[in-house]
Design a protein around this ligand. Structure first.
Ligand code: NAD
Length: 348
């Protein structure tokens, strides 16, 4: 089969891990006789430098007409001044909004051979396997913003429809798993959270009565993720809470460099590692490519290429079990981004 993939390498380590994805997809194309037409487009800081716009029209059009989009990462110190009118993250937020990818799905599995890579005690990490479902196109990140001389405001807004559609995504995932759903909010303080809690409760009771639903406040959830991470199956939460909790959860796995994500809506899928552009290691060839490669596996599964997705996931698992670990997972390691990618490509 033939697929068009828009690649958005972005900034920092983005181009390094994006190159790994291209090589892995080419290996899959060869093994399974597919054709992946992959072209690079600008987003983020590099797009600002080249065009003055963090998300040029050409990129939007290419993403909308592609079967799927892979994004490396955006941002870096060069463009980080919060007072700049044009900033890289505006490109990412606009892309999510243009593609209407309202659900961000972030699976968290702890690889058995990496128990020691996490700062948590290994016994806490046994049986940790959950998914964070984060609402991606609403809430405080997208609300009206105002910065005056003496004060600033960010509006947080959620509609019933926005909460219902993300709840449906989380319920569908829970039904394929252990049928346990934890909805996270701050209903003791925020009106948007009280609406969120009411809508989730009603929607689950009406449409998915077999799901065991619990509600947790975001502060206690942040604590429980560290105290008892194996408690969770599917975590459903709003945009900002999901952003923070999924970064916290990445520590359980041992490195940001392991966590993949997909962002889905009604149309095109966007697949990206959860990490940023890691400016501290950019250009050194030592970035961990596994999060990006696993994001490509999520892309393949979404394109209904399950055997191909299995092949990628198994190759990454085997490479990790074989000890092919970049420096974020083993401080003595000399394994480069290219070495880790070679291992996965050879295993495929
Ligand atoms: P970061 O995720 O880039 O880095 C955090 C830490 O994790 C760093 O020490 C980094 O070296 C390490 N790390 C991250 N990915 C790694 C990988 N694949 N292999 C090895 N180590 C890895 O977060 P940050 O430092 O807070 O942000 C850096 C820049 O990235 C900022 O400009 C920020 O705005 C941007 N950012 C972009 C995205 C995105 O593109 N989706 C997400 C988060 C942050």
């Amino acid at each position: 089969m033939k697929f068009t993939i828009a690649c958005l390498p972005g900034d920092g380590i983005g181009p390094e891990v994006s190159e790994s994805v291209v090589r892995v997809l080419n290996a899959i194309a060869e093994k399974f006789s597919h054709q992946f037409e992959m072209s690079d487009y600008l987003i983020g800081g590099c797009a600002i430098d080249a065009t003055g716009n963090p998300l040029p029209e050409e990129t939007i059009n290419a993403c909308k007409s592609a079967d799927a989009v892979f994004l490396g990462a955006i941002g870096g110190p060069k463009w980080d001044d919060p007072n700049n009118k044009v900033r890289p993250e505006q490109g990412l937020l606009k892309l999510r909004s243009e593609l209407n990818v309202f659900s961000n799905i972030r699976p968290l599995t702890v690889f058995p051979t990496l128990l020691d890579a996490s700062p948590l005690k290994p016994e806490l990490l046994k049986n940790v396997d959950f998914i964070v479902v984060r609402e991606l196109t609403g809430g405080i990140y997208f609300g009206a913003k105002h910065k005056g001389k003496d004060f600033a405001t960010d509006e947080c807004r959620y509609s019933v429809r926005e909460v219902e559609r993300i709840t449906k995504v989380a319920c569908e995932l829970a039904m394929q798993r252990d049928k346990r759903l934890t909805s996270v909010d701050k209903a003791n303080v925020l009106e948007t959270s009280r609406l969120w809690r009411d809508v989730v409760t009603g929607y689950v009771a009406e449409n998915y009565p077999e799901i065991q639903l619990e509600h947790q406040l975001v502060d206690s959830c942040a604590m429980k993720l560290i105290q008892e991470p194996a408690h969770f199956d599917v975590i459903l939460t709003e945009n900002m809470f999901g952003d923070i909790l999924s970064d916290e959860a990445s520590v359980l796995a041992g490195s940001m460099g392991l966590l993949a994500s997909s962002s889905l809506g009604d149309g095109c899928g966007l697949f990206e590692p959860i990490h940023g552009s890691a400016p501290d290691i950019a250009g050194q060839g030592i970035a961990n490519p596994y999060a990006s490669i696993l994001s490509a596996a999520m892309m393949l599964r979404w394109l209904k290429l399950s055997n191909e997705a299995d092949a990628v996931e198994q190759a990454v698992q085997q490479a990790i079990a074989d000890g092919v670990l970049t420096r974020d997972l083993n401080s003595d390691s000399q394994v480069s981004t290219v070495d880790a990618t070679n291992a996965v490509v050879e295993l495929i």
